[in-house]
Design a protein around this ligand. Structure first.
Ligand code: AP5
Ligand code: MG
Length: 224
């Protein structure tokens, strides 16, 4: 049995668009047996299903703007109550503003939980742009693939999925640039916020997916 079975973990993955949050959260959630909560994926599912939340979120996401805090916080608050969070969770893409971080503190305090660590994936801006330009996403399950790992027009290869792959509309060059600006203005201040609380761990997010995963595993190794 792995040590992970004994530790509850509440982990946040911070990092710019394309830094590998989704890729690494998927691997880490599997390894630790905790829930992977991506607000971007939750919004995209709602857009696909044309729910009222999806219609609202779509207008912001297509422009590379953040969805309003109140809507986003309620979504996460509900998600954290689901039974798959019993062993913990990895938050991918949330919080993204100081107001969201403050709200998360209140939500967790109400649940008598506290965060274990905040991992900041550091990747140079030119690498972010390159990764986003080459990313393919599955329409069906949301898995992502770097272009170099796929023959063109291949279907999704995640488990038994055979969904169609597409390029996210917000990965267009002008929207990409705006998302990176929004990240620097609104989300990067969270590094200082969590450093002040003794939770921030810097992770070198460059190199192979596997080598970044190994750095993360070292960083979150259970202390008991
Ligand atoms: P979201 O979906 O969270 O987008 P993001 O933060 O811009 O991040 P990405 O998903 O683009 O990148 P990632 O870091 O997950 O990288 P990935 O693993 O895919 O949010 C989208 C939008 O929703 C926001 O713009 C906003 O409008 C809204 N939203 C979401 N959360 C919100 C919130 N809390 N508040 C308000 N609004 C919110 O990797 C990228 C590519 O690189 C992939 O192709 C991958 O295969 C490849 N790759 C990964 N790692 C490596 C590696 N080590 N080497 C080579 N390639 C790699
Ligand atoms: Mg993502």
């Amino acid at each position: 049995m792995s040590t992970s079975m004994h530790c509850w973990r509440g982990i946040i993955l911070l990092g710019g668009p394309g830094s590998g949050k989704g890729t690494q959260a998927t691997l880490l959630a599997q390894k630790l047996g905790v829930a992977h909560i991506s607000t971007g994926d939750l919004f995209r599912q709602n857009i696909k299903l044309e729910t009222p939340l999806g219609k609202l979120a779509k207008a912001y996401i297509e422009k590379g703007e953040l969805v309003p805090d109140d809507v986003t916080v309620s979504l996460v608050q509900e998600r954290l109550k689901r039974p798959d969070c019993a062993n913990g969770f990895i938050l991918d893409g949330f919080p993204r503003t100081i107001a969201q971080a403050d709200a998360l503190n209140r939500v967790l305090a109400d649940m008598q939980l506290s965060l274990t660590a905040v991992l900041n994936l550091r990747v140079a801006p030119e690498v972010l742009v390159d990764r986003l330009s080459r990313r393919w996403t599955c329409k069906s399950c949301g898995a992502v693939f770097p272009e170099f790992s796929l023959p063109p027009r291949a279907g999704c290869k995640k488990d038994i999925c055979d969904g169609e792959l597409y390029q996210r509309p917000d990965d267009r060059p002008e929207t990409q640039r705006h998302r990176i600006e929004v990240y620097h203005e609104q989300t990067a201040p969270l590094e200082a916020y969590y450093a002040a609380r003794g939770l921030l761990i810097q992770i070198d997010g460059e190199g192979s997916i596997e080598s970044v995963h190994q750095r993360i595993i070292e960083a979150v190794r259970c202390k008991d």
